[in-house]
Design a protein around this ligand. Sequence first.
Ligand SMILES: N[C@@H](CCC(=O)N[C@@H](CS)C(=O)NCC(=O)O)C(=O)O
Length: 202
Amino acid sequence: MKLYYSAGSCGLAPQIALREAGQSFDLVAVDFKTKTTAEGDYRQVTPKGFVPALKLDDGDVITEGAVILQWIADHNTDHDLLPPFGSRQRYEALEWLNFVATDLHKNFAVMFSPVLDTETKAKFAEKNLIGKFDYVDRHLSTHDYVLGAKFTVADTYLYNVLCWPERVGLDISSYASIRDFMARMEQRPSVRASLKAEGLLS
Ligand SMILES: N[C@@H](CCC(=O)N[C@@H](CS)C(=O)NCC(=O)O)C(=O)O
């Protein structure tokens, strides 16, 4: 199995999930500018050109981070990375995956845009991100992980995007529960190993 990623991007969450699932995998770095990897043209792997992509041993390729996370959980059920099919808790986890993908991840994408100026980005963040950090912080003030005591793949995605505020000039240090969540996640061997593999931790 191969996980296509780029250091510091949204490929971190599936990498953490694969490690939590005890899966062996190879990491393949993608150059965003040229859309190439050491293997060649990344668009041959996925015409979307985005990371993450998970290539299975039979050559099948799964894309979309939130879906890759569900695939990892559903193919490693002994690791309890998502609640059982049909349970209310499963839909709560899926709500979070969707919220992170659409309301956090994609709003962060605007903050990384090279075509917007700093002032526009600050206004955008004020309207589209800050209130969401308030919501996440409030939730985490009563939940160690997204679903409570139990770690799921939703935590990997939330952790992944909450690594980004500093990089886009947003100070979220006043959110104590987010800070505690990040520290809790960083105690997990899977997170530390993933950060190391991406060169983000020595
Ligand atoms: N819809 C995709 C979006 C993934 C995405 O935005 N990936 C970014 C990195 S976080 C990317 O590959 N960007 C490549 C580029 O900007 O050239 C998903 O949810 O997985």
